[in-house]
Design a protein around this ligand. Sequence first.
Ligand code: GLU
Length: 466
Amino acid sequence: MSSFDKIRTRIAPSPTGFLHLGTARTALYSWAYARHHGGEFVLRIEDTDVARSTQDSVDQIITAMNWLGLNYDEGPIYQMQRLDRYTAAIEQLIAAGKAYRCYATPAELDAMREAQRARGEKTLYDRRWRPEPGKTLPTPPKDVKPVVRFANPIDGDVTWDDVVKGPITINNREIDDLIIARTDGVPTYNFAVVVDDWDMRISHVFRGDEHVNNTPWQINIFNALGAPLPSFGHLPIILGDDGLKLSKRRGAVSVMDYAAKGYLPEGMLNYLARLGWSHGDDELFSAEQMVSWFDGSHLSKSPAQWDPAKLDWVNGHYVKQIDEARLAGLVVEQMAAKGIAATAAQIQPKVSLFKDRCATVAALADWLAMYFAPVVPSAEDRAAHITDAIRPALTALAERLGALAEWTKPNIQQALKETLTATGLKMPQLAVPVRVMVCGRAQTPSLDAVLEHFDQKKVLERLHSV
Ligand code: GLU
């Protein structure tokens, strides 16, 4: 911390798609760490891959960050708006003899690597264009645009104490002179990221495990620039429930896909928090609690496993817990997406009857759809429950329900009881067929409570359609 007067973290997504769950977890940890320490959190857009970066993707990333409540203090800062700064830093390194232009063509480099492979050596750039004492460099060819390479230290080790993985040491002989600017002058990831982390006074870099091999280069570049070193924490990958890396091919990996599927931001945030971090045995906690606990300790070194059943359990907790007016609004959106019109005022009185059995808002909307759209009982349910033996009882019940002057739960209960007495049936024998016809499914909460929320007319129509 000595070189930094404040904890500052960042998330630095490449805008080539949606906000991936892994990036969202990194963002969450970076955000929580900054908030825990009263520091700042920065959003940086790493858009130097011009061919694949889009504004639409930036917008999607920001939407997902907002949805999760990961508010940032600075940004979005776009790397493509900082090209002059990178160029100046590259010139500074070239002038100091810490970077140099390399004119080797791709074909030459292929041949070099081929020869190294043939000799059984590691394929590393052989430093042919690196100025060294007593070495005569070839004359730069006029028709070749050079790249710029970083003159990596030849000897010694790079060591850092990873916040997640503990001490890591790499010998400089293992790494070669990295390209830091392409032929078009655009800096490569490893260079831009260092200049940015330096300029943005980032004290702690959290990112995915896949970047751990980049960190030795980055540390050498920090040192070459005379910039203070941040702390690094590399978070283990997230495996899908099949044990393979979580990927688009095997289910949703976009945060907003989960929003669309009816997960709540509280549930997502809580679930993501536990994917690689723990606080004792706590499983259910708010963002505020996480912030108060998240001090960079108890981060897991081993891969996390995506567990849809646990996500449902966590999310279901918040479906039960959140304000019912908000829940009703979310149900309206879920229904609208399915083409079913309903208002929050119509929905709200009904949510408490069903929400305890729902993992997601979508599941709740699914239940409530029976009040607003026609129901289609399955052929199996009809065959199993709507028998000739039961039809007269359904007609008798419809008559009693039709005669009710006031559509209340006790009156509905009374009509059910009278029908049982008159027909000699037991409650399930009557209730299940009613459920199938009126609700479109054989199981529901208590029948009188479910029926009460319908229009009397609709119940009669559905019973008469037997
Ligand atoms: N743009 C990089 C990524 O999305 C950022 C890596 C980093 O945080 O340094 O993986």
